[in-house]
Ligand binder design. Structure first.
Ligand code: AHM
Ligand code: MG
Length: 327
């Protein structure tokens, strides 16, 4: 704790990671390197996101990119870039991604970590120039190093995460992450190519007045959700819904609020994926003093049964999550 207070705002992400690594007597530096690999991939996606509008213009003229490849959708590009960065880094033995049906064995049996990720979340916002994000969770493998990756490696509870974070490609690009000792946010300066600590030791207010939910499905929500929305309106709370989970979550984290993607008639388990979206944000939220549940159970305690499993998601200020999930 003392360290965090002493950390000057403005140090680079690299130096911050190094400083934190020194807090662990027996740290090998692999997790630190993995976080740096993710930051590097984030810089690459930042560049692609910022060129996205131009890509579609050049696409309209039938041009191909420098490698002579066909123009690809940005979420596919992000997936490729992340996988490449993690593969080259060498710390990871397997990746699971929202973009891929199966486990990706990266041919690095000595890697000690597993990464679960949503390389570009909020894809419906890409074409309309609205904020999007990357979400990641890092787990230590449970199978023996050197052998094949197992189902147990990739289906671990969120409480087993050793680190988690997100990149937000907004008016600025930010990386926010936790290693289980608080949450810190870094803002990218593209002119220097560096992330700088801008939000040290983020704490989410216990209460807030922002609620984020797609009210278009109101009629098909469960009674307690309808009741809570009515309550929010009575309280004159502010409704904010970008439809981009990272951006909605980030705003609520800083200002106090709740994000809900509940079950509805069409999607009985909601829409969001436990492994790629909910676990990481739940870990960050709890580390910042907030709460995350599926309406009944703590997100981090859910034992995943399949890679692409969906769960209802209530995340944000503790008092708001409690109120939204009360019968
Ligand atoms: P995606 O992974 O296909 O991008 O879907 C996830 C996104 C979230 O970012 C966002 O909060 C939610 O889907 C919006 O869904 P809806 O349009 O149903 O409200
Ligand atoms: Mg997603």
């Amino acid at each position: 704790m003392q360290n965090r207070i002493a950390t000057p705002v403005g140090i680079t992400l690299d130096r911050f990671i190094k400083k934190k690594q020194n807090d662990f007597a027996f740290a090998t530096g692999e997790l630190s390197q993995l976080l740096r690999d993710i930051a590097l991939a984030g810089k690459i996606i930042h560049r692609e996101v910022n060129r996205a509008g131009l890509l579609s213009i050049s696409g309209a003229y039938g041009t191909e990119n420098v490698q002579g490849e066909e123009q690809q959708k940005l979420d596919v590009i992000a997936n490729i870039r992340f996988i490449r960065a993690l593969k080259n880094g060498g710390e990871v033995c397997a990746i699971v991604s929202e973009e891929d049906e199966e486990i990706l064995d990266v041919q690095n049996p000595n890697g000690r970590y597993i990464v679960a990720m949503d390389p570009l979340d909020g894809s419906s916002n890409i074409d309309v120039n609205v904020s999007i994000g990357t979400i990641f969770s890092i787990f230590r493998r449970v199978s023996p190093v050197g052998g094949p990756v197992s189902q147990e490696d990739v289906l671990q509870k969120g409480s087993e995460q050793v680190a988690a974070g997100y990149l937000l490609y907004g008016s600025s690009t930010m990386m926010v992450y936790t290693t289980g000792r608080g949450v810190n946010g870094f803002t990218y300066d593209p002119s220097l190519g560096e992330f700088f600590l801008s939000h040290a030791n983020i704490r989410i207010p216990k209460d807030g007045n922002i609620y984020s939910i797609n009210e278009g499905s109101y009629e098909s929500f469960e009674p307690h959700v309808i009741k809570y929305i009515k309550f929010c309106k009575k309280q004159n709370y502010t409704a904010r819904y970008i439809g981009s989970l990272v951006a909605d979550f980030h705003r609520n984290l800083l200002k106090g609020g709740i994000y809900i993607y509940p079950a509805n008639k069409k999607s009985v388990n909601g829409k969001l994926r436990l492994n790629y979206e909910c676990n990481a944000l739940a870990f960050i939220c709890e580390q910042a003093g907030g709460k995350a549940t599926d309406g009944k159970q703590r997100i981090l305690d859910i034992q995943p049964k399949s890679l692409h499993q969906r769960v209802p998601f209530y995340v944000g200020s503790t008092n708001m999550v409690d109120a939204a999930t009360a019968d």
